[in-house]
Design a protein around this ligand. Structure first.
Ligand code: PRP
Length: 182
């Protein structure tokens, strides 16, 4: 691992802060319209989705509730371990409520599948998934009901996404140089 500065470590910017803001505003407006009278429970999948979640919720001009669940599937590596661990569960009872799961990225799709099954077993009134970034690897269909951007199968960081805890605070999304993690 050779982490120096973002300027050195990022190969190229995929989406600027402005591009992200514009897309998040669109997603937020569509959700606000859809959930106007349903008071959705917005569920943030910590930690990666935190930045997207904060912006998305503020782009929704409607009543909503917030809750957080922390899961981990990657540890400190750049590859998925294939195991999803719940580190902090929701505080809310979601039975009978309109749940919107907010995720930052679908890679293998394992995390989302696991959470959708877990939440479905708690019998919400409805459930929808919004994901900022979608990789092609998990076989065509997105797995999320709404997607911000489709991205290539590369290691991306910034706007909440990390490598070994680094780069979450970058205001843009960029591709990490291979030499940083290889
Ligand atoms: C990352 C990301 C997604 C998941 C996607 O989380 O935030 O939750 O991996 O990968 P998958 O589709 O292959 O399951 P991570 O476990 O790294 O935790 P973090 O959000 O705290 O960074």
């Amino acid at each position: 691992m050779r982490i120096t500065t973002p300027k050195n470590d990022i190969e190229r910017v995929l989406f600027t802060g402005e591009q992200i803001s514009e897309r998040v505003r669109e997603l937020g407006a569509a959700l606000a319209e859809e959930y106007r009278d349903r008071q959705p429970l917005m569920v943030c999948i910590l930690k990666g989705a935190s930045v997207f979640y904060a912006d998305l919720c503020r782009a929704m001009d409607c009543a909503l509730f917030m809750d957080f669940i922390a899961v981990s599937s990657y540890g400190a590596s750049s590859k998925s371990t294939g195991v999803v661990r719940i580190i902090k569960d929701l505080d809310s009872n979601i039975t009978g409520r309109h749940v919107v799961i907010v995720e930052d990225i679908i890679d293998s799709g394992l995390t989302l599948r696991y959470l959708e099954e877990l939440f479905a077993s708690r019998k919400p009134a409805s459930m929808k998934t919004v994901c900022l970034l979608d990789k092609p690897r998990h076989g065509g269909g997105s797995g999320a009901d709404a997607v911000g951007f489709d991205i290539p199968d590369e290691f991306v960081v910034g706007y909440g996404l990390d490598y070994a805890g680094h780069y979450r605070n970058l205001p843009y999304i960029g591709v990490l140089k291979k030499e940083v993690y290889e």
